[in-house]
Write a protein that binds this ligand. Structure first.
Ligand code: GLC
Length: 512
């Protein structure tokens, strides 16, 4: 892997779902100019990097994860020029921008797929994965069948309308399964490089890569997909050495070897991430158990060998909102955790004000249960919560109907708000190297049921202890010689008579 750009060390990301962030042309849907307009908000929050969900041309059967032209911003979001201007304005304020790259599949409306469906051989015949007879389906995958004159079934990656692009098979064992070195697979790979080249030349800082681990098929150990990304990283190192990559993979031992700087812990996969935030008894709800999470986290760290970041998001466009499970002040402690762990933190838009999961919505653009986490950002108490000046019925997704829904304006003026706490936490994080992205971590108490989560972050001689006690029990900490408290949530720890008592529902960070 190439060098890790310096700015990543301090990076705190903000994820923007462009549909729902800010609408400047009153059509009820967010746009790129809306993001540009709100850069100062993101900057003041303390974030210095943004990941934008796909904003390219698409029939929007999966909210834009079904691309029909990788080289054009979807008109509903604006133009390529708007996006370039966003890069420029963001860079002026020290904010970096990652776009969302969807290399695994396209929309079935993509012109490549239209060509690929034709019976006559053409440039795009092998851009997707087809069996050589309509009567054979690719084993273990869903497929599209009987949709055109071409005799074959086409492998699908996600929804039915998202045919898989062809990067080859790790070990082809049927005639129609092409190798990773086949002409078709190589052409797809080169095209993905072209797309990256195109946006990087225009000023984006890198990509969040969708379903990054899924590209090469019949690749159980991911050896093929790892090799493929190493090749892509090689190309970036030559042409765009500063380009940053984060994967939606959820297996840092593989993704980091593949050349990604960072990987996410996700609501699926083996990480036990849900134990903390999203289950019947999440740890930050006060009654849960964090110990399996800690065990898996340490395993991942060992496998990733400190070569890349393991990033913990507050949520994302695919998960239920954090506020569905962690309510009120408890959310502050969840953020104290997110903002004191190694790796780059990712804040999903609106989580910083505790936006709710909106129940009972009809699916919008392939959102299904995810729709409730994608509702418009709540900026103020004016029309449409300040998200859009358009008609209420034109909004992309209805707003949270709660009359007490949180909003940015209210929270900015309330010193006790979640928003102000998140700001404070980001600023504390960015003041100490030990708390930043590559500071080491050592767990002192693993948050087993009824116990707090306590860990020491360190960097170059600086040592900071983080103690988070969402439980209703006091906890006596052993051998902790506190030099200076740098953050407290709830009651201060009792440090009289040489002891250290961590109060129920409280947290602190201290230099030791
Ligand atoms: C990823 C995206 C999700 C999308 C899917 C298919 O998981 O985060 O929103 O539906 O990939 O592209």
């Amino acid at each position: 892997m190439g060098r890790r750009p310096d700015w990543l060390e301090e990076a705190v990301f903000y994820e923007i779902y462009p549909q729902s962030f800010k609408d400047t042309d009153n059509d009820g849907i967010g746009n790129i100019r809306g993001i540009t307009e709100k850069l100062s908000y993101i900057k003041e929050l303390g974030c210095n990097a943004i990941w934008i969900n796909p904003c390219f041309e698409s029939p929007f059967g999966d909210a834009g994860y079904d691309v029909s032209d990788y080289y054009r911003v979807a008109p509903r979001y604006g133009s390529n020029e708007d996006l370039e201007q966003l890069f420029e304005e963001a860079h002026k304020t020290g904010i970096h921008i990652l776009l969302d790259l969807v290399p695994g599949h396209t929309s079935w409306e993509h012109p490549w797929f239209k060509e690929s469906q034709k019976a006559e051989k053409n440039e795009y015949t092998d851009r997707y994965i087809w069996t050589d007879s309509i009567w054979e389906s690719p084993e273990g995958y869903a497929s599209l069948r009987g949709i055109s004159d071409r005799d074959g079934s086409c492998l699908v990656n996600f929804f039915t309308h998202q045919p898989a692009l062809n990067y080859g098979f790790y070990k082809p064992d049927r005639l129609w399964q092409q190798s990773m070195d086949s002409e078709g697979a190589r052409a797809t790979r080169e095209e993905i490089k072209n797309i990256m080249r195109f946006w990087l030349s225009k000023g984006c800082d890198g990509f969040r890569v969708d379903m990054a681990g899924s590209l090469v098929k019949n690749d159980e150990e991911s050896r093929g997909t790892i090799a493929l990304w190493q090749d892509i990283r090689g190309f970036l190192d030559k042409e765009f050495p500063e380009a940053v990559l984060i994967s939606e993979w959820g297996e840092p031992d593989k993704s980091i070897e593949a050349g990604f700087h960072m990987d996410f812990l996700l609501h699926f996969g083996p990480s036990h991430y849900n134990d903390l935030f999203r289950c019947d008894d999440p740890f930050f709800g006060g009654k849960g158990d964090a110990s399996e999470f800690v065990k898996k986290y340490l395993e991942s760290c060992a496998k990733a060998d400190n070569k890349g970041y393991i990033c913990i998001p507050s949520g994302n466009h695919d998960m239920d909102r954090l506020a569905k499970y962690i309510k009120g002040d408890r959310a502050k402690m969840a953020f104290a955790f997110l903002l004191s762990m190694p790796g780059a933190p990712y804040i999903y838009y609106g989580d910083e004000i505790g936006m709710r999961y909106v129940e009972g919505l009809t699916s919008v653009e392939g959102g299904y249960n995810r729709t409730g986490s994608r509702s418009p950002m709540q900026w103020n108490s004016e029309k449409n919560a300040g998200f859009s000046g358009g008609d209420e019925n034109s909004l992309y997704i209805p707003l949270d109907p709660d009359k007490d829904r949180p909003d940015v304006e209210k929270q900015l003026t309330d010193p006790g708000s979640l928003l102000n706490e998140v700001k404070k936490l980001i600023s504390v994080r960015r003041s100490y190297r030990a708390l930043m992205n590559s500071g080491e971590i050592k767990f002192v108490c693993d948050g087993e049921e009824g116990k707090p989560l306590i860990y020491i972050r360190s960097y170059d001689g600086e040592r900071i202890i983080v103690a988070l006690n969402p439980t209703d029990r006091e906890y006596k900490m052993e051998n902790t010689d506190v030099k200076e408290l740098i953050y407290v949530l709830g009651d201060e720890p009792d440090m009289t008579d040489g002891k250290l008592l961590l109060k129920p529902g409280s947290a602190f960070f201290a230099i030791i």
